[in-house]
Design a protein around this ligand. Structure first.
Ligand SMILES: [Zn+2]
Length: 516
């Protein structure tokens, strides 16, 4: 296929996705996710909003220093200080991009910016020119573009391209567009922006009406050549366009949408799992492409046809997205070499000391569980390596419960490297463990939600617990896995508490309620 038929996949899981309530990630987790996204084949990775906080700037800079093939960008408003911080964050990237934005709809101009249309064009041009003094690759976004006047959009895009923008982005910031209308806007921009040939036209959709994927596909059919997406569709409110839905729609319906991407679809499922595990945001079972039921043909009437030819009821093969039936499994007798190779294949680059630690934990798990699969290893590495900066760590947990005793937990933790221990009662074993942990950590969070599931299939599967916590207006999610469900619950709780501590120590200096 020719170059014209390629759609650039711009992933914003780490920026817009992180704006999902409670989805904060630490720097090590972001770096791991970025590495996985590069392996998946995303062309551009929006790593954060460097003006929001020093923590965000550092995380973007670390990612920029690590990735080799993927373009790394940071978001900036149209102020020089934001652009300075964005450049500071991405300057060492192999392929840096600066992404700047300003709102273009009348409602935003009047109530938020208190500027007229001329002033907004001037500000955009100034920002793009300034960004261009640092690097070639500049993206300009017209926030709330779908509710902006079409002629005005063409005018501001023309001016931004003239000033040096190489990508211009049309966001449906509030998730208001419908497919035919959105496609018309894309066509209008392509027909009425004289220098549009010098830039890539991009779209960025939100899912408030459940139309993000439909709008994105309609825009691509109309000529847009960059899609801004997140893994599992995570993002503010109802979320963003899902990477996996857009990519698999183009892949499966290539006869109708004759374009290609650089995505290696076989990494879609592992990436989806990783995002869910790191952010704590569960994927709904009926979610297209990556949901637990997406490929399950449980209904009897379908079974016969499926056995004879899978394509009778399956439009995609599970292997295509990396859901393979014959997964490589490790067990009790697998050696260090096999583990190292597998971990490497999964995309980790561990030191000898880290590998030692993982090997010990792997052996412990293999004693309890016959088959150790990638999901299990991912948990071991996430908990053992990516969360080493945690303040609270579980050392020991013992619970007594039953129908004749009052549930009691004795717990040993390290708090900032210091060992503390204590015991406490509760209405049930998990309540007893949580009461004791709250006492030992001196925290006063409120448990908003508690969910339990299984990490994989099989009766020896690890239990997977997700919690949502709130303390002083801050909300976080926490996730933990263990063959023992009480231990998994304690790990999830501690993970949530650690995230609360992270949020407290990384105050957001600028409101992140910016939305492109
Ligand atoms: Zn957005």
């Amino acid at each position: 296929m020719s170059d014209q038929d390629k759609v650039i996949i711009f992933d914003t899981t780490l920026r817009d996705g992180e704006q999902s309530p409670g989805a904060s990630m630490n720097a090590a987790e972001k770096l791991r996710l970025a590495t996985q996204l590069e392996k998946l084949g995303v062309d551009v990775l929006e790593a954060g909003f460097p003006a929001a906080s020093d923590g965000d700037l550092d995380a973007v800079a670390q990612i920029a220093g690590k990735l080799k093939r993927t373009t790394v960008t940071g978001l900036a408003r149209t102020t020089r200080s934001d652009i300075d911080r964005a450049w500071k964050a991405v300057q060492h990237a192999a392929k840096p991009r600066i992404h700047t934005f300003i709102a273009t709809s009348d409602i935003h101009l009047e109530y938020k910016l208190k500027m007229n249309r001329e002033q907004v064009v001037d500000r955009a041009v100034d920002a793009v020119r300034y960004a261009k003094s640092f690097t070639e690759d500049i993206e300009f976004s017209a926030e709330d573009g779908s509710r902006s006047d079409r002629d005005y959009l063409c005018r501001i895009f023309e001016a931004a391209i003239e000033a040096g923008a190489t990508t211009v982005n049309l966001p449906d910031t509030v998730g208001y567009a419908v497919p035919e209308e959105f496609a018309e806007t894309v066509r209008y921009i392509l027909d009425h922006t004289p220098n549009i040939g010098k830039a890539v036209l991009s779209v960025h959709c939100h899912n408030d009406l459940g139309l993000a994927t439909a709008n994105t596909i309609a825009a691509i059919r109309a000529g847009a050549r960059q899609a801004e997406v997140t893994i599992n569709g995570i993002g503010e409110r109802a979320g963003n366009t899902s990477l996996e839905e857009v990519v698999m729609a183009m892949h499966t319906r290539n006869n109708f949408i004759p374009v290609t991407t650089n995505i290696h679809t076989e990494h879609i499922h592992p990436t989806s799992r990783l995002v869910s595990m790191i952010t704590g945001i569960i994927v709904q079972p009926n979610k297209a492409v990556v949901g637990a039921n997406a490929f399950a043909h449980e209904a009897g009437i379908h079974q016969d046809g499926i056995l004879k030819n899978p394509m009778t009821y399956e439009i995609m093969r599970p292997e295509t997205i990396g859901l393979s039936a014959n997964k490589l499994v490790l067990g009790k007798h697998s050696g260090r070499h096999a583990l190292r190779e597998r971990i490497k294949e999964m995309g980790y680059d561990l030191s000898v000391a880290e590998l030692d630690l993982i090997f010990t934990k792997f052996k412990e798990l293999a004693d309890k569980k016959k088959h150790v699969v990638d999901e299990d290893l991912e948990v071991i590495v996430t908990e053992g390596i990516l969360r080493t900066s945690d303040i609270f760590k579980l050392e020991y947990l013992h619970v007594t419960c039953g129908n004749t005793v009052m549930p009691m937990a004795s717990v040993k933790l390290t708090v900032n490297g210091r060992s503390v221990r204590g015991a406490g009662y509760g209405n049930g074993p998990i309540d007893a463990a949580y009461n004791t942990i709250a006492k030992l950590t001196g925290t006063e969070s409120e448990l908003l939600r508690f969910t339990v599931g299984a990490l994989t299939g099989g009766t020896d599967a690890q239990g997977e617990v997700t919690v949502r916590l709130r303390e002083n207006g801050l909300v976080t999610l926490g996730k933990g896995a263990d063959p023992d469900i009480i231990t998994a619950s304690a790990k999830a709780y501690l993970n949530g508490l650690n995230r609360l501590e992270y949020l407290k120590s990384h105050p957001v200096t600028e409101p992140t309620a910016v939305a492109v």
